[in-house]
Design a protein around this ligand. Structure first.
Ligand code: NAD
Length: 474
């Protein structure tokens, strides 16, 4: 029971004007496709809009448009390309409220996250890479680095607009042109981004958006006239793409799954650690590839830390993504909800102890209460497989060596967190963790200047920062 009840504080839905249907964005124009599909609001299962489903011939047209545009776009001085990118960044800022509402409607994420995290980072990414466009010869990649050509980019549904920014901003800054396919459950913000490109007077064909499901993605990455493939999504699809691209000469970057360890030592500031654990696994409903989904806590403080964590979890508000007080929104799709439900049942079946705070879930839409499993061992599937939902697996350790051993005992290697008061311990442990990103006394912090990417089954290549330029330059 909480002492205070919050009144509803909904952001207005009318800030975003949705058309009944959307076409493909090819060569600067929206056009129809033979087939369509519907995108729904996962919070109430209502249809938001009908969207074109791109077939092979549509992908072909998009790649051809990108190829034509490449000649003049790559020949522009970097300072001219930068102007377009700065313009896009400013328009994204101007339209950020509208885009945040749209993202929350199509994805289910809480408005306070789309408004305060996704959109500011999206604009920051374009600003950052705009700054690189005329300085590429000073990036440490040789005196005259050249763009690759046409980039085929496929992105997932967890951060639709942010993943678009991570892909498109460095590609354009370096003089490449783009065909991007958003995920089938979250196509709308990419289509609104197409409108931003038009508003910025970006030359036709520099950015093309083809909507559709896995098949559309496959046509794009397998297209013979694509020079560079960038993919973010599941390890399974990443593997297929790596196989299909092998031997073609296409440059490939893969950003795949994760099962990050969030390690809390006995000298950690407990209240801050609890906030970091909550942010690590419940941010974006846990639909985060770098989520801190395995909590490794030192045995001597495990029981007091878990008590504090449960108290904190009981205050999380689950519900309407457009309510400004909501902490945990809707699960993005029924398929994802089924996967989270199944893995959680497996966790309980394997003997781990399941706990969720009392919380009322809406009747319609896709919802999952924040959940922790204690008594998890390394053999449990919930300690090994990516659940991609608001579900935390808790393991304990006794010594730093055991913490490192357990943290690295995963096929993934995307991120990790360390909580300790001692800087020397943080540095010593970070040094031994096989993860692309290691956060210390914080979690899930992103910045366009900082490279992001994984080891092992989390993929290869880096996005963000100076390193992110390398993926788009020869
Ligand atoms: P997915 O890998 O199937 O989809 C990601 C994107 O790839 C989508 O745009 C999809 O349409 C496209 N795609 C699917 N098959 C393709 C193919 N053969 N060739 C080219 N593109 C293809 O991911 P999902 O089904 O949305 O989610 C499944 C699991 O993947 C999740 O449960 C989660 O564990 C993981 N996931 C990870 C991330 C991440 O950021 N690392 C993001 C989303 C999902």
């Amino acid at each position: 029971m909480s002492l205070f009840e919050y009144a509803p504080a909904p952001e207005s839905r009318s800030i975003v004007e949705l058309a009944p249907s959307y076409g493909l964005f090819i060569d600067g124009e929206f056009g129809e496709a033979k087939d369509t599909f519907k995108t729904i609001n996962p919070a109430d299962e209502q249809v938001l809009a009908e969207v074109a489903l791109a077939g092979p011939e549509d992908v072909d047209r998009a790649v051809a448009a990108a190829r034509r545009a490449f000649e003049s776009w790559s020949a522009l001085p970097g300072s001219e390309r930068a102007k377009y990118l700065f313009r896009i960044a400013r328009i994204l800022q101007e339209r950020s409220r509208e885009l945040a509402v749209l993202e929350s409607l199509d994805n289910g994420k809480p408005i306070k996250e789309s408004r305060d995290v996704d959109l500011p980072l999206v604009a920051a990414h374009f600003f950052y890479y705009a700054g690189w466009a005329d300085k590429l010869k000073y990036a440490g990649l040789g005196p005259d680095p050249r763009p690759l050509g046409v980039a085929g980019q496929v992105i997932p549904w967890n951060f639709p607009l942010l993943m678009l920014a991570w892909k498109i901003a460095p590609a354009l800054a370096t003089g490449n042109t783009v065909v991007l396919k958003p995920a089938e459950t979250t196509p709308l913000s990419a289509l609104f981004f197409a409108d931003v490109c038009r508003q910025a007077d970006l030359p036709p064909g520099v950015v093309n958006i083809v909507t559709g499901a896995g098949d559309t993605g496959r046509y794009l990455v397998e297209h013979p006239d694509v020079n560079k493939v960038a993919f973010t999504g599941s390890t399974e699809v990443g593997r297929q793409i790596a196989r299909s691209v092998a031997g073609t000469g296409k440059k490939l970057t893969l950003e795949l799954g994760g099962k990050a360890a969030n390690i809390v030592f006995d000298d950690a500031p407990i209240d801050q650690a609890v906030e970091g654990i909550v942010n690590g696994i419940f941010f974006n409903q846990g639909h985060v590839c770098c989520a801190g989904s395995r909590l490794l806590v030192q045995e001597s403080i495990a029981s007091s830390l878990l008590d504090a964590l449960k108290r904190r979890m009981a205050t999380l508000r689950v519900g309407d993504p457009l309510d400004k007080n909501t902490d945990i929104g809707a699960i993005n799709s029924r398929a994802q909800l089924d996967r989270i439900t199944e893995l959680s049942e497996i966790g309980a079946g394997e003997g781990a102890e399941r706990w969720s705070p009392p919380c009322e879930l809406p009747d319609r839409g896709f919802w999952f209460a924040p959940t922790i499993f204690t008594g998890v061992t390394q053999a449990h599937r919930i300690a090994r497989e990516e659940i991609f939902g608001p579900v935390l697996s808790v393991l304990t350790f006794r010594t730093p060596a055991e913490a490192v051993e357990k943290a690295n005992n995963t096929p993934y290697g995307l991120s990790a967190g360390i909580w300790s008061e001692k800087g020397s311990r943080i540095l010593a442990v970070a040094d031994q963790l096989r993860a692309g990103v290691v956060w210390a006394n914080t979690f899930n912090k992103f910045d366009p200047t900082s490279p992001f990417g994984g080891y092992k089954e989390s993929g290869y290549g880096r996005e963000g920062g100076r390193h992110g330029l390398e993926a788009y330059l020869a």
